[in-house]
Design a protein around this ligand. Structure first.
Ligand code: GBH
Length: 474
């Protein structure tokens, strides 16, 4: 039912697991600055200074990966570990050595790496030059990407340029919940998203023209999206609100890359209407692509989807005089009471949404190959190694995935559970656990212990591997 070369993976991100925040000449990133700045922005003032200490304990991670029987492992590179000042004039050999070891070990164990170049942790040196709000960032990112393709692309065949530009832009620049902790509502996030698309596209074009013929890999960006459906499907206002919801999340980045080279019409119209209402006179807050920008359309070799949950949507109405994304989007989302809520407030379990979203992606974006690059379930409060709720989550999610592949004919190429390990869950610190392995953060060894969900995921993988026979490596 799943193709024989289907990727069964799990993912992590550098800042969430590595620690070694200033080890061996690593430069600081915006997350180091954000966490060290205090001010109650991260749960209990926790930091990723040590995290799972994967910088020193990589071999333990490899054991976990092997224990699960993963065919693929998704990790991210810390830009500031490779290039402490953010630019390629100053390469940190110890950083190169670390990722070389990780990649070589994976390949030696027959586990294929998928590498994310950017998972929220901009070098602080580049933030000091304007970061993602400066148009110059696209060139800098492109140089970093080229450096990585050049150095690691002989072994890495699956690349994600930027993880969740939506989250970076909105949580980092609109809401101030993530680093760099800015809140310039209604303006900055659109600019950041724009520069991320320009940066992504430049990196894709570099790969395409310089590296592809030799390295034969594939490059995309990871787009996060919930599934959304109208509260009342018979109410046209709810239907329109749902369309806006999808345009402002999935559409913001998927439309330019997969459909038109530009933002969804629905999104621009909604933003311009609110600008007008509030007498904003600085032109459209959503930037436009110019002929000097790289071509955005067609810059993804597959669709990388991070998917966690679903929403029911209706219009919001009633706002104050504040310009902000929420107002532009003008939607209110509610959870169906039948969907169980897990640890964190935003994550309601509605596995049917994955199947619907995959079908929507197939139909809207011309049947692209899809990797689900994140899917997972969190635990909050007392640790339960027998994490039966998470087991149910993975069982039911993978069942919906099987239907999407088998019945709807969606071209899904792989599934990556989030996450291999309990880790630093951004503003929630260590209070929220997403791992297939429990990590004991109270002791120096950071002991990894498999959860029941990890054991069950390993069984699922083994079952599918045996059904499809060994992967032909020729
Ligand atoms: C992923 O984003 C991240 O890629 C990953 O690093 C992280 O560990 C994982 O989620 C688990 O959280 O703060 O109420 O405004 C998932 C998509 C979108 C989920 C934003 C949380 C925040 C809601 N995220 N959402 S809120």
């Amino acid at each position: 039912m799943f193709p024989c070369d289907f990727a069964w993976g799990a993912g992590t991100a550098a800042y969430q697991i590595e620690g070694g925040w200033d080890a061996d000449s690593k430069g600081p990133s915006i997350w180091d600055t954000f966490c060290h700045g205090g001010g109650g922005r991260v749960f209990a003032e926790q930091t990723g200074d040590v995290a799972c200490n994967s910088y020193e304990l990589w071999e333990k991670d490899l054991q976990c990966i092997r224990q699960l029987g993963l065919t693929h492992y998704r990790l991210s590179f810390s830009w500031a570990r490779l290039l402490p000042g953010g630019n390629t004039q100053d390469v940190n050999p110890k950083g190169v050595q670390y990722y070389n070891k990780v990649i070589d070990d994976l390949v030696a164990c027959n586990v294929l790496p998928m590498v994310t170049l950017y998972h929220f942790d901009l070098p602080q040196a580049l933030q000091d030059q304007g970061g993602w709000q400066s148009p110059a960032i696209a060139n800098l990112f492109n140089s970093y990407a080229q450096f990585c393709f050049q150095t690691f692309g002989d072994r890495v065949k699956l690349w994600i340029t930027i993880n969740e530009p939506y989250v970076c832009a909105k949580l980092g620049y609109e809401l101030g919940i993530h680093a760099p902790g800015l809140d310039e509502p209604g303006v900055a996030a659109y600019l950041v998203g724009h520069n991320m698309l320009r940066a992504h596209a430049m990196a894709w074009h570099s790969y395409n023209s310089i590296y592809r013929s030799k390295q034969r890999g594939a490059v995309s960006l990871a787009i996060n999206s919930d599934w959304a459906e109208p509260c009342d499907p018979a109410n046209p206002e709810d239907v329109a609100a749902t369309e806006r919801y999808l345009a402002f999340t999935l559409g913001w980045f998927a439309w330019p890359v997969f459909v038109s080279g530009d933002y969804p019409q629905t999104m621009r119209a909604a933003i311009d209407v609110q600008s007008k209402r509030l007498g904003f006179s600085g032109g459209s807050r959503l930037p436009s692509f110019s002929k000097d920008d790289p071509t955005i359309l067609g810059t993804a070799d597959f669709f990388a989807l991070n998917h966690y949950t679903s929403r029911k949507v209706k219009p919001r109405g009633a706002f104050g005089q504040m310009l902000c994304m929420k107002r532009d989007q003008d939607t209110e989302d509610v959870l169906d009471p039948s969907w169980p809520v897990c640890g964190v407030s935003w994550l309601a379990v509605a596995p049917h949404g994955l199947r619907k979203l995959l079908k929507y992606i197939k139909e809207t974006f011309n049947n692209p190959p899809v990797y689900i690059t994140e899917s997972g379930f969190s635990q909050v409060g007392p640790v339960q190694i027998e994490d039966v709720e998470r087991c149910t989550f993975y069982q039911s999610t993978i069942l919906e995935l099987a239907k999407a592949v088998g019945e709807d004919g969606v071209n899904v190429r792989g599934y990556f559970a989030w996450s291999l390990l309990d880790n630093f869950e951004w503003a929630d610190g260590y209070s929220v656990r997403f791992g297939l392995f429990h990590v004991d953060f109270s002791e120096a060894e950071r002991t990894r212990t498999i959860y029941r969900s990890g054991r069950e995921y390993a069984q699922i993988i083994a079952k599918h591997k045996s059904r499809t026979g060994p992967v032909d490596s020729s």
